[in-house]
Ligand binder design. Structure first.
Ligand code: ADP
Length: 397
């Protein structure tokens, strides 16, 4: 079966067409600047060069039309429309309602709408993507795969904040966690690589990308994760603060005379390694170059980022009563031996030691710990689209 995977944002839409038998990507691409001047679709059919078409895209319906046209046109198309057996949608927030992927029906759409105030930027965009696909492909089954679902196994003591309990009861304020599809995929893959049953393993997954999160996966279930009610909590990220004292927010608002929206922008877009490096960059390739060249801001940012990861690894080792393997994934985790080395050098307290030669790996599955390391350190590239396609196939075959 050919599965179309859709990741729909407010002004962009990423897609991949995946063959469920071979698990190969047949075509992948991106619609950019939907509803904004200068919109375009960029895609790469399997075995062909990248194609870019600049064309107006006033809304997501038009974007989906263009995606279908790209996939099915006579010249460069890869399938006929009736070959697309199902569509898998990435949905950011499933609240407490969704603990696993589900086939989309009216009730599911209503439930996604109901939790939209927990992710006001993301869920409405995800819903627009679902509705546009339903319109363009009537009768084709669709599946919702939630970023939060994998983390729903967290125990109450891990997901509750130290707030008055009524806020949880009234508004559902608690830790939800994100990147769940990635944490789930990487932990399962790590168990396969180690040749062990995931039910016998204590794993820590470090998803270090532009957005970054870390999770403790004990016996195959998530028992804690660093992102919270929103993706702002936890690790220091590309441009997001991660953990800070909540009083800082009021303090900055008063000092700089900022509105709620403005301070939110500071916390989400002007902070993290970008802010710590005095706006040198949010991209770890630039920060690594800066660090090596002796730039103080780059060093400060990377060291603070790495220290936070080490601190969470310590906390999650305590939470699970030990750790068997630590997995690095996403843009930084998969590609930056430099950052991995700084992090791993901080893990002597659990008997972990890194093999410097193995640690030069980029974007490939690889064990990077030395033979005498008490904890396995490994690079496991994530594949959220494949995980979405697998769930979609399992529910629609
Ligand atoms: P997201 O999906 O959150 O946007 P990714 O997982 O794609 O993020 O990670 C993107 C980040 O990965 C980039 O901002 C960059 O910092 C980092 N990155 C990508 N390639 C490399 C590399 N070769 N070396 C260091 N960092 C890299």
């Amino acid at each position: 079966m050919k599965i179309l995977v859709i990741n729909c944002g407010s002004s962009s839409l990423k897609f991949q067409l995946i063959d469920s038998d071979s698990e190969q990507v047949i075509c992948k691409g991106l619609c950019e600047r939907i509803g904004i001047d200068g919109s375009r679709i960029v895609y790469t059919p399997e075995g062909k060069d990248k194609i870019t078409i600049e064309t107006p895209m006033p809304d997501h319906n038009k974007a989906i039309e263009l995606v279908i046209e790209a996939l099915t046109n006579k010249e460069n198309g890869v399938v006929s429309l009736d070959e697309i057996g199902a569509v898998g949608h990435r949905i950011v927030h499933g609240g407490e309602k969704f603990t696993k992927s589900v086939v989309i029906n009216d009730e599911v759409i209503k439930a996604i709408e109901d939790v939209s105030d927990l992710a006001p930027l993301h869920n409405p965009a995800n819903l627009i993507g679902i509705k546009a696909c339903q319109k363009a492909m009537p009768g084709v089954p669709m599946v919702a795969v939630f970023d939060t679902a994998f983390h729903q196994t967290m125990p109450e003591n891990a997901y509750l904040y130290g707030l008055h309990y009524s806020y949880y009861e009234k508004y559902g304020i608690r830790r939800y966690g994100f990147h769940g599809t990635s944490h789930s995929y990487v932990s399962k893959r790590a168990a396969e690589i180690l040749g062990k049953d995931i039910k016998d393993l204590k794993l820590i997954v470090c998803h270090l990308g532009n957005g970054a999160s870390i999770s403790a996966v004990k016996n195959g279930e998530c028992v804690d994760t660093s992102m919270g009610l929103t993706p702002l909590e936890g690790l220091i990220m590309g441009t997001r603060t991660g953990d800070i004292d909540p009083s800082v927010v009021e303090f900055i608002m008063k000092k700089e005379n900022l509105s709620v929206a403005e301070v939110n922008n500071v916390l989400n877009k002007k902070s993290g390694v970008f802010g710590l490096s005095n706006e040198l960059s949010s991209d770890f390739r630039d920060l690594e170059d800066g660090y090596v060249a002796g730039n103080a801001g780059a060093k400060r940012a990377v060291d603070a980022f790495s220290y936070r990861v080490v601190k969470y690894i310590g906390a999650y080792t305590a939470a699970m009563g030990g750790v068997d393997a630590i997995c690095f994934t996403a843009g930084v985790g998969e590609n930056s031996g430099f950052v991995r080395k700084i992090i791993c050098d901080g893990l002597g307290f659990i008997g972990a030691s890194v093999n410097d030669e193995a640690n030069t790996v980029r974007g490939k599955e690889q064990i990077i710990s030395s033979a005498d390391s008490k904890v396995t350190l490994m690079v496991v590239p994530t594949n959220e689209e494949l995980a979405i396609a697998r769930d979609t196939y399992a529910l629609c075959k």
